[in-house]
Design a protein around this ligand. Structure first.
Ligand SMILES: NC(=O)c1ccc[n+]([C@@H]2O[C@H](COP(=O)([O-])OP(=O)(O)OC[C@H]3O[C@@H](n4cnc5c(N)ncnc54)[C@H](O)[C@@H]3O)[C@@H](O)[C@H]2O)c1
Length: 275
């Protein structure tokens, strides 16, 4: 018996990094998992290694209609939806004087618009059963977790587009928590500091992501990696597994009374300005 037996979860960006580890934890706890990623081969490899049922949806989430198709794929497979983890993302950084309209919009698209569209598509599948349960006097908690960043909460030089977009997702989280609280749909966010994934690898190791019809080179300078570790109270970056534990907590019954929060999973990284 797992604590998420019978639950159906969507994890976006599940092909690698933090999303992969979230999919593994949800599956190990008994959930059936829909893995969405633009890199379908990577998501399929993760799905094949999960202990429980899994479905892969390969597609660019910024394409119109893809968020709706992701939700439909989960509901078609298993007839219900209980957990949504909006995790897919990437960074396209630069100081403001070098950020193009296209770049700024691309960050809004993947980090703010996609979670909005996923949650709008998920709404009937989360809300309608919750209304029936409420009418029957039963409390059943469902879960939404939006993956944001300390950059979106405290700001980070060189990340005006990324930080604006993650900040938008914080607003989405807090507003939706107020809309859906009465239905016992917990809506929370996790703000990460410095997690060792492709996103934070050095430029030589990071590779590229295909999103919005373009190929974006990933990675950060080695000096930025050292600076982030030095500014982290725990003195090191986190593994993707450590990061995923924060998300898992907000998907699990242990967090049923945690609502409308941004949980910092950062090892005490301080970017200097807090809201
Ligand atoms: N790594 C960090 O230090 C850090 C810090 C703060 C926030 N985050 C956030 O955590 C989340 C996961 O990032 P990660 O570090 O695991 O990176 P990652 O590159 O290892 O994984 C991200 C996954 O998202 C997928 N993806 C990206 N764009 C997509 C699109 N348009 N459609 C579908 N899939 C898409 C990628 O293919 C990839 O598999 C992101 O939202 C990121 O912004 C990461």
């Amino acid at each position: 018996m797992g604590e998420l037996d019978d639950r159906v979860a969507i994890v976006t960006g599940a092909g690698r990094g933090i999303g992969e580890q979230v999919a593994r934890k949800l599956s190990a706890a008994g959930a059936r998992v829909l893995l969405s990623d633009v890199d379908g081969d990577a998501a399929a490899a993760v799905a094949a290694a999960l202990p429980g049922p899994a479905v892969v949806r390969s597609g660019d989430l910024t394409a119109p209609g893809e968020p709706d198709a992701v939700v439909a794929a989960a509901v078609d497979a298993w007839g219900r939806l209980d957990i949504v983890v909006n995790n897919a993302g990437y960074a396209w950084d630069g100081p403001i004087h070098k950020v193009s309209d296209e770049q700024f919009q691309a960050m809004l698209d993947i980090h703010t618009v996609v979670p909005f569209r996923i949650l709008r598509a998920a709404a009937p599948h989360l809300r309608e059963p919750a209304k029936s349960e409420r009418a029957a006097g039963r409390e059943v908690f469902r879960k939404v977790v939006n993956v944001v960043s300390l950059a979106g909460v405290m700001g980070n030089a060189g990340q005006v587009a990324y930080a604006s977009a993650k900040g938008g997702a914080v607003g989405l989280t807090r507003a939706l928590a107020k809309e859906w609280g009465a239905l016992k749909i917990n809506v929370n966010a996790v703000a990460f500091g410095f997690i060792d994934t492709r996103l934070t690898a050095t430029a030589e190791d990071a590779g590229e992501v295909e999103s919005g019809g373009r190929t974006i080179k990933l990675g950060i300078p080695a000096a930025a990696r050292q600076g982030a570790e030095a500014a982290t109270a725990l003195g090191r970056s986190a593994t993707a597994d450590e990061a995923a534990r924060g998300i898992y907590y907000l998907c699990s019954p242990g967090s049923d009374y945690v609502h409308g929060q941004v949980l910092n999973v950062s090892g005490g990284l301080q970017l200097g300005m807090a809201g």
